[in-house]
Design a protein around this ligand. Structure first.
Ligand code: MG
Length: 390
């Protein structure tokens, strides 16, 4: 349904050169009468960022890496685009009066401060940065409720749940099932996993994604992070969230209501759909994305996740049960461990060892403040790096 008040939604895309950022701009480009790109931010990929600026002519652009500021400024000097650099600028630019909706597609803990600032400034959040809710879901959801800010999920599983809940928000949820593809190593044992390379882990069967989330998918940490993300997004108890492996990635997740009825959301694995739904919510816009054909998928299958081999899923449940700053510790250790694995400093299975050891070492805080979360993140990274020898 077209926007009836004739006003375009002005979007800030944080992490615009990554996989989600790029697909967000693709969605926006198909609805130029509905959306306007107001802000673009990226960390490093200056060539791609310049190209995006030339296509979408944002009001403001920020490059995270300050060393690239002059290069960016030089490349855009013929255009009326404001150019800034650094993490502080990324955290501030979301507060601009001309921004309506902030899509957070940057990777990791870096998403926390910009998201907090955007909520405080009254912006609608399209949340693609799951780590923000994993780290500080208590503070974020409380802040969003206080400021009456909707947090619209972009993650495909959470978008699925959110879509199933349309018209049902007053009905209690009995439980949800988050589906998991199982990644490239589904069915493998620890002997196999002890020798896998980053290249093998980066080869996901169903989804095209950035490096960090692809490794998380191979290790099942992505599903662990998503379980915690779902807890906060939908106000659930840990025992109400289950994970089911579904190798075809067609059923994106399932809600079970208290009468026993289950609703699932289905479609081809295509991130542009959840991105578009978050941007157009509560409406659905027509799209030309490829349609699902049952004859291409005569067998949709489901199986139990292997929590012994893929320990990260159990680790994430433990962190969620413990609460406090434990998910923040786990997230920081995981970010460091993924870096370590990508740089061949540690093996695939050692990632879980590093995370568990870090969780045992960092000081536990039961009711953390924002400041505590920042301190926890720093301490956990230091300890995890020490364990790896980075
Ligand atoms: Mg997901």
């Amino acid at each position: 349904m077209p926007n009836t008040n004739n006003e375009k939604k002005r979007v800030a895309v944080l992490g615009s050169t990554g996989s989600i950022g790029t697909q967000t701009l693709e969605v926006i480009s198909k609805h130029p009468d509905q959306f306007e790109v107001e802000v673009l931010t990226a960390n490093n990929q200056i060539g791609k960022l310049v190209q995006q600026c030339r296509t979408f002519l944002p009001n403001t652009v920020v490059i995270g890496n300050k060393d690239k500021y002059h290069q960016l400024q030089e490349a855009l000097k013929d255009l009326p685009i404001k150019v800034y650099a650094g993490d502080q600028a990324i955290a501030q630019v979301v507060e601009m009066g001309t921004v309506d909706i902030v899509l957070t597609a940057m990777v990791g803990f870096a998403g926390l401060l910009p998201t907090i600032n955007a909520i405080k400034a009254g912006k609608v959040i399209a949340l693609a940065n799951k780590e923000t809710l994993v780290v500080a879901g208590d503070i974020i959801t409380e802040l969003a409720a206080k400021n009456r800010i909707p947090i619209l999920p972009v993650d495909s599983e959470h978008s699925a749940i959110f879509q199933c809940l349309a018209g049902e928000f007053h009905n209690p949820i009995e439980k949800i099932y988050l589906t998991a593809s199982g990644g490239p190593f589904r069915g493998k044992n620890t002997a196999f996993l002890s020798n896998v390379t980053p290249e093998q882990a980066l080869n996901h069967p169903n989804w095209e994604m950035g490096n960090k989330i692809t490794i998380d998918s191979a290790s099942m940490m992505n599903k662990g992070l998503e379980v915690i993300e779902a807890r906060w997004l939908f106000g659930l108890k840990p025992e109400q969230i289950d994970v089911i492996v579904h190798p075809q990635s067609i059923v994106h997740s399932i809600v079970q209501f208290t009468d026993g009825s289950m609703k699932a959301q289905m479609g081809l694995p295509d991130m542009r759909l959840p991105i578009q739904y978050a941007l157009t919510y509560p409406d659905r816009f027509t799209s030309d994305f490829p349609r699902f054909n049952f004859m291409d998928y005569p067998n949709l299958s489901f199986e139990k996740p292997d929590r012994q081999t893929f320990r990260n899923l159990s680790i994430a449940y433990d962190a969620m049960h413990t609460g406090g700053n434990m998910p923040c510790i786990m997230n920081a250790a995981n970010e460091v461990a993924v870096e370590g694995f990508l740089h061949n400093s540690i093996g695939f299975l050692q990632m879980s060892d590093i995370i568990e050891k870090t969780m045992a070492k960092v000081s536990f805080v039961q009711k953390p403040s924002i400041d505590d979360y920042f301190k926890t993140d720093t301490e956990a990274r230091r300890i995890a790096q020490g364990l790896i020898g980075m």
